[in-house]
Design a protein around this ligand. Structure first.
Ligand code: GLV
Ligand code: MN
Ligand code: MN
Length: 398
């Protein structure tokens, strides 16, 4: 196992599931931030957290133009795996070591970054750190987002010793970044099928999250006649099944993976249900159609059940096509590795709208991700680091 992954292996790990619960600004996140600082300091490179909470370590002058930045995120989904995010940050530090061992003297600054709240597991919106940095998420909206306990992002930052008043876009920093490269575990079996340890990302499917609220009427499970019920569970269940069918027809995916039932009693008809729809498709028209069809099914069924349906958008990310010139350059440095798209969201997708961006994927033998079973073999992680080193050496030389 890469040493960095071993160093953080106990942080935020739930012993009963073996999965990670590393939510933004939680105690686990603070421990990971401390680890990041230590990793930079050990290497004699300066680091700091920006006003948003993204962590930056700079080899070379951070104010210099034409910087190359690499990294990923350290937060996780509930019961996440060890690799989604941390592999990219750990590999970035390993790459610094290897570049130095090879005697590379960078002609440009190299930044290692860990973006805050990439998964949106705590505050609902994905890629908060990179969206705030690039100005694609309004600071007031972000700071007002709340977690499951009603704690706002602003309050969480304050409790962790950060100042929410410092949250703002940083166009000057973005303008100094010439290239962003994110290494990530693959979240599918594309590389297994190609028989290759490392691949290059071509793009990201458009995707988004919608919060559905089904409001019915609480009542007794034993005494309320079926015809008298306004049961939001029925509308919710029907919507879940429609989402699955519509996704199949659209060639996309649709998931209700998070649900909140009120009052959550086994002998009471629910009063309200919140369900979060995550929907993705190969292109924008297919995604738009898919989301509209699921919406239509929910409203139609709601009318039958006498359940009110409310839908709000939590985040939306358009289709991303990684920079073609950069892809070609990386492809020739790496000697023809497989190129593949992904349905997973990444900070690289957000950055891609602002700076030439590329992604490297590391083989995942089962394809499982967002689960404690997520895995990458040591040899493939090393192959990923070496690919990143080759790419960075090329980008830093000119
Ligand atoms: C992030 O991993 C996402 O695709 O939701
Ligand atoms: Mn993820
Ligand atoms: Mn990730």
């Amino acid at each position: 196992m890469l040493a960095g992954l071993r160093e953080i292996s106990a942080i935020g790990r739930d012993p009963s599931t073996g999965g990670y619960r590393r939510y933004a600004w939680s105690a686990a996140d603070l421990a990971l931030r401390e680890w990041f600082g230590g990793a930079a300091t050990q290497r004699g490179i300066a680091w700091h957290a920006d006003g948003i909470g993204n962590l930056w370590a700079w080899w070379g002058d951070e104010l210099g133009p034409g910087a190359v930045v690499t990294g990923s995120h350290l937060d996780s989904v509930p019961d996440g795996g060890a690799f989604d995010g941390p592999l990219g940050v750990v590999s970035a530090f390993c790459a610094v070591d290897e570049l130095r061992a090879r005697g590379v003297t960078p002609a440009r600054p190299l930044g290692v970054v860990a973006f805050v709240e990439e998964e949106g597991a705590r505050f609902g919106v994905a890629c908060v750190g990179s969206r705030l940095l690039t100005g694609s998420l309004d600071p007031d909206r972000a700071l007002g987002l709340t977690d499951a306990d009603g704690v706002s992002l602003a309050e969480a930052m304050r409790s962790a010793g950060a100042d929410p008043a410092e949250v703002r876009p940083d166009p000057a920093l973005l303008a100094r970044i010439a290239t962003y490269v994110e290494l990530h575990i693959e979240q599918g079996r594309g590389l297994v099928e190609h028989g290759a340890p490392v691949g290059l990302g071509t793009g990201i499917w458009p995707h988004g999250r919608w919060r559905y609220r089904f409001t019915g009427e609480a009542n007794h499970a034993g005494t309320t006649r079926l015809g008298d019920r306004c049961d939001p569970m029925l509308t919710y269940a029907h919507t879940v099944l429609s989402a699955r069918k519509r996704a199949r027809l659209a060639g996309g995916v649709a998931t209700f993976g998070r649900v909140l039932v009120r009052p959550n009693g086994s002998n009471a008809i629910a009063s309200a249900i919140d369900g979060w729809l995550d929907a993705r498709a190969p292109d924008q028209p297919s995604l738009g159609h898919l989301v509209a069809e699921i919406e239509r099914a929910a409203f139609e069924r709601g009318r039958r059940d006498r359940v009110e349906v409310g839908i709000s958008v939590e985040s939306q990310t358009p289709a991303v096509e990684f920079d073609a010139g950069l892809r070609q350059r990386l492809g020739s440095v790496l000697g023809g590795v497989p190129a593949l798209p992904t349905g997973a969201g990444h900070d690289a997708g957000v950055l891609a709208g602002h700076v030439p961006t590329a992604m490297l994927f590391v083989r995942n033998p089962t394809g499982i991700s967002h689960s404690p079973a997520e895995h990458a073999e040591d040899a493939d992680c090393v192959a990923g680091v070496l690919a990143l080193v080759d790419v960075l050496a090329d980008l830093l030389a000119r």
